[in-house]
Design a protein around this ligand. Structure first.
Ligand SMILES: Cc1cc2nc3c(=O)[nH]c(=O)nc-3n(C[C@H](O)[C@H](O)[C@H](O)COP(=O)(O)OP(=O)(O)OC[C@H]3O[C@@H](n4cnc5c(N)ncnc54)[C@H](O)[C@@H]3O)c2cc1C
Length: 381
């Protein structure tokens, strides 16, 4: 179905991103899968083209688009080539940037954002701890004042860009007695004594994105690395989670669409009983169902993005977009694997990898159970 939300400048931007994906991201994918991270040079090339600074004001070296359709286009094109690169770059440009830009001191922004936008420094965000990710308010990492500084102790796990990132936003408890209202956000930087990384975690999929445990042993963080006000961290996270969720939803759908298109081609070429497998009525119907799900979901996502631009996109809308797209993505790709037959189970086939890459989207950015909980609450339960 023809999409109607884009202007010529978005199409131009899409072709620039597609060129970056063809010339830089795709040729580096196998190496990244092997080493469990993309080379920094890939980030630098994205930075040079202004892709990583979409949320960063020009005065701090960014390209400040102020139009979420650009974020959408960048995420869609990345997801087509690599869900792992998409996750790593989306955490950086779309999720971490608003925290740094909205809540950072001028000193912090002047010091970090030019390198952030250039891809010289990579960012991650550490909310989840080994003891639990869903119940964010129960986090145990602490930050206590020490003169003008803060001393951070604790650990985080499953952190995207955790192994190589130089800028990590860390949620820590500053007022133990105040529950959710006692959490603050800090920027922990590469090289701060006591900040250590665990091993790169072995995931089921998205091997090309780096995911790690982080440890903070008496890390002394200067006062200017506190983001916003003390004890307001939980509110800041809740305010920014809708953007994280719409970003994930965009990627989920783009990833599924790409897998679907590749499957349609396969179903035209692969023959059984002397004819293309796609011409068997059952497979034709399965493909028709997936095409419909994708188009209907795309219409919803485009509407979500326009609502975000117009300021009417709600946290509940974000919850719906996140759970629905991740379910559609997993259902569509599972159907695609079936159509590939045994080849669909072979790692050398993109469809097998896509299936592995997709599974996590029902778990992260707030699990689908929590998304439904949020929607249910708005229904009055
Ligand atoms: C590859 C990967 C990358 C990640 N990147 C990051 C990152 O960059 N930064 C970061 O901070 N985190 C990151 N995460 C963590 C992710 O957000 C968490 O895994 C997720 O929030 C779930 O937390 P948990 O794993 O502790 O599961 P738990 O909180 O232990 O939940 C386990 C199960 O219980 C369910 N559950 C819990 N509470 C309820 C409830 N009230 N009602 C119904 N069901 C419930 C959950 O839905 C889930 O199915 C990443 C995770 C992965 C796998």
């Amino acid at each position: 179905m023809q999409r109607s939300i884009f202007e010529p400048e978005h199409e131009e931007f899409r072709s620039a991103v597609a060129t970056f994906c063809d010339r830089t991201a795709a040729p580096n994918l196998e190496k990244a899968i092997e080493q469990r991270v993309f080379d920094r040079d890939v980030w630098r090339q994205a930075g040079e083209q202004g892709f990583l600074g979409l949320e960063v004001p020009e005065e701090f070296g960014g390209s400040q688009a102020d139009d979420y359709r650009f974020n959408m286009v960048f995420a869609e094109e990345l997801a087509k080539v690599s869900m792992g690169l998409n996750s790593s770059m989306q955490i950086h440009f779309d999720i971490c940037a608003p925290y740094l830009v909205d809540l950072g001191t001028t000193e912090l922004k002047t010091r970090l954002l030019p390198d952030f936008a250039a891809g010289e420094k990579v960012a991650g965000i550490g909310m989840t701890e080994a003891g639990g990710g869903t119940d964010l308010a129960a986090l145990k990492t602490t930050a206590v004042p020490d003169g003008d500084n803060w001393i951070i102790n604790g650990s985080k796990t499953f952190i995207t860009n955790g192994y190589t990132g130089e800028i990590i936003i860390v949620a820590a408890r500053t007022s133990p007695e105040k529950g959710a209202r006692g959490i603050s956000l800090f920027v922990v930087e590469e090289g701060m004594p006591g900040f250590e990384r665990g091993r790169k975690l072995e995931k089921v999929g998205q091997h090309e994105s780096d995911t790690a445990e982080l440890f903070f042993n008496n890390v002394s963080v200067p006062g200017e690395n506190l983001l916003g006000e003390v004890d307001s961290g939980f509110i800041y996270m809740m305010e920014r989670l809708p953007q994280e969720r719409i970003g994930c939803a965009i990627s989920n759908l783009a990833h599924a669409k790409q897998a679907f298109l590749e499957t349609v081609e396969y179903a035209k070429e692969r023959e059984a009983f002397g004819k293309p497998i796609g011409s068997f009525q059952h497979l034709k119907f399965v493909l028709a169902e997936q095409a419909t799900k994708l188009d209907v979901t795309q219409a919803f996502m485009d509407e979500c993005v326009m609502a975000k631009i117009n300021g009417t996109f709600s946290a509940t809308d974000a919850a719906k977009a996140k759970w629905w797209t991740s379910q559609v993505q997993n259902d569509v790709i599972d159907a695609c694997v079936q159509i590939f037959g045994g080849y669909g189970y072979m790692n050398e086939y993109r469809i097998a990898r896509a299936w592995q890459d997709a599974r996590v989207t029902k778990i992260w950015a707030g699990s689908n159970e929590i998304m439904k909980e949020l929607i249910g609450r708005e229904l009055g339960f």
